[in-house]
Design a protein around this ligand. Structure first.
Ligand code: F6P
Length: 554
């Protein structure tokens, strides 16, 4: 029986039970003490791979915890699950598909079979097709209707057809080439279209309609708006092919929209939307940084794939991160996970990881349809440091919830300004340190007394100054963002999410939960227009429909 068909309830496994008792034994575990008792803790609980350095020593764990978690992963068949993923087994069981984004970054000469057919020649063909297009745009050979070269590329897409490409192209801005500016149009909100269009000239703009399904409402509406705008600006139907291309697995729908068939870049059903930036969905990335940098991105991801496949779990970054997430979510009651990049260029990584993790692991039944007996994916949130320190970090330090955090920080800045980078790096480290050390009642009182306060004031203020500490975090350090390191970083999180799904026994690659809202949206829309007379299923929705209609009647 393939691993994903195995009806496994992870909570019944002996190691799960052992982890429960181990957790109870760590009730009074103190990271401060663990560091003072073991001078080697940092060395033992940190590792380097693929240009990334991971320090996971500031966690509520001992070496025994790590060993137990690793045993859990093995007992759940994680090794087989990883193999099954890379070998193209249909691990997305509810859609009967493999999840083969890893094939997109494999080198020439590798073979990957899907239903007995090697998909690698097609992957390479599309890379050539991308190289050709990007070269023509960069060399000024792809011209708009007035024979001027393209200066602006607009990616029209949402979800995975937006967040990954946006993260990477903006993170790699120091590698941007030849003055082609990239823009992203995702939301159906007319204001986002309006604001963007005001910056563009139709004659020098190329739109990429990026939609795996070519049926996503927001994307189609924006593509139609862009087309009307292009025509209103002086473009003609006959020259539309110079300004609109598509990336989709639904070639016919793209052709019906008016895009020339040779300008439709294929996608495959074995690549999930949130895992697709490595495919032609990454075209805006390649438009920005060029194909050789795009290939570097792929090879960075490939190096992480090899690490995930081959490194023992004790020193396997994605597996360790996955296990730490399970440790906190399932054994310490953590409900969310903060992602805190201390790097302007990585500011969008939280949004990408939000989709990656929450759309993948926001599941309540296992692959076999049975309810999962434990908590699954956490809420992913966060944002760029230092900004968060002056906003939500208060809750991390003194709130009532345990929120594990991943800090991500480069050692070198692309844009050194005086001593800003030293301060940025210092702030990152001091946050994880403060989370761990906290401030005891004794320390708080001592501090207040040194300020010369009366004993009554000391006692009144001390409880507010106490910071519990002992709050866990990982720190990922890299020299600075490069295509290769970014590829490894993003792939690392993809594998982390997959490893967790395999341990919980859920399917990380479907997303049925988003469908109901789309269906209901259609009937709400008909009621707003008055083309559907019957009231909504509930009074609240009906009341809100009437509110809208009341405003739009007059
Ligand atoms: O509605 C969710 C979703 O299907 C995501 O999974 C996907 O990334 C996004 O919409 C966009 O889908 P498409 O690329 O098919 O337009």
């Amino acid at each position: 029986m393939a691993y994903h068909q195995h009806p496994l309830d992870v909570t019944t496994l002996p190691t799960w039970k052992a982890l429960e008792s181990h957790r109870a034994s760590l009730q009074n575990f103190s990271m401060r003490e663990a560091f003072s008792m073991d001078a080697q803790r940092f060395d033992r609980l940190s590792l380097s791979s693929c240009g990334l350095f991971l320090d996971y020593s500031k966690n509520l764990i001992t070496l025994e915890t790590r060993d137990l978690l690793v045993s859990l992963a093995k007992e759940c068949g994680l090794e087989q699950a990883i193999r099954a993923q890379f070998d193209g087994e249909p691990i997305n069981a509810s859609e009967a598909r493999p999840a083969l984004h890893t094939a997109l970054r494999r080198p020439i000469g590798d073979k990957v079979l899907v239903n007995g057919v090697d998909v690698m020649p097609e992957v390479q063909r599309v890379l050539h097709q991308m190289t050709e297009l990007v070269g023509r745009v960069h060399d000024g050979l792809w011209r708009g209707y007035s024979e001027k070269p393209i200066t602006d590329v607009v990616n029209i897409g949402i979800g995975g057809s937006f967040l990954g490409p946006q993260l990477v192209s903006e993170a790699l801005l120091p590698f941007a080439q030849r003055g082609v500016r990239c823009h992203y149009l995702a939301n159906i909100d007319g204001s986002s279209f309006h604001e963007l269009a005001a910056k563009l000239r139709a004659e020098t703009t190329l739109f990429i309609v990026s939609s795996k399904s070519f049926s996503t409402l927001e994307t189609l509406k924006n593509a139609q708006a862009a087309r009307r705008w292009y025509l209103a600006q002086g473009g003609s139907e006959g020259e539309l092919y110079r300004h609109f291309i598509a990336v989709s697995s639904n070639t016919q729908a793209a052709v019906d929209f008016g895009i020339h068939v040779e300008n439709v870049f294929p996608m495959w059903d074995w690549v999930g939307g949130r895992y697709s930036l490595w495919s032609a969905i990454g075209l805006p990335i390649a438009m920005s940084i060029g194909m050789s940098n795009f290939k570097e991105l792929l090879s960075g991801a490939y190096s992480m794939d090899q690490h995930f496949l081959n490194a023992p779990f004790e020193s396997n970054m994605p597996v360790l991160l996955a296990l730490l997430g399970i440790w906190y979510g399932n054994f310490w009651g953590a409900q969310s996970q903060a992602i805190l990049p201390y790097d302007h260029y990585l500011r969008n990584i939280t949004k990408h990881l939000q989709q990656l993790d929450m759309e993948s692991n926001g599941k309540r039944v296992r692959q076999d349809g049975q309810a999962v007996a434990c908590t699954t994916g956490p809420v992913i949130w966060g944002g760029v440091g230092c900004n968060g320190q002056h906003a939500y970090h208060q809750l991390l330090h003194q709130g009532t919830q345990l929120i594990p955090a991943d800090f991500i920080v480069p050692v070198v800045s692309y844009n050194p300004v005086a001593d800003h980078h030293q301060w940025l790096y210092a702030n990152c480290l001091s946050q994880s340190q403060a989370l761990m050390l906290g401030k005891t009642r004794e320390e708080a009182e001592r501090e207040l007394r040194t300020q010369g306060l009366s004993e009554a004031e000391v006692q009144r203020l001390a409880p507010h100054k106490v910071i519990p500490g002992n709050r866990p975090s990982n720190t990922l350090v890299l020299e600075r963002i490069s295509p290769r390191r970014l590829g490894a970083l993003v792939a690392m999180y993809e594998h982390k999410v997959f490893a967790q799904s395999a341990i919980w026994g859920i399917n990380a690659f479907d997303q049925w939960g988003v469908e109901l809202g789309k269906e209901l949206g259609k009937s709400v829309y008909s009621r707003l227009l008055g083309s559907e007379e019957s009231p909504a299923e509930d009074a609240s929705t009906q009341g809100l429909i009437e509110f809208f209609r009341g405003r739009h009647r007059g």
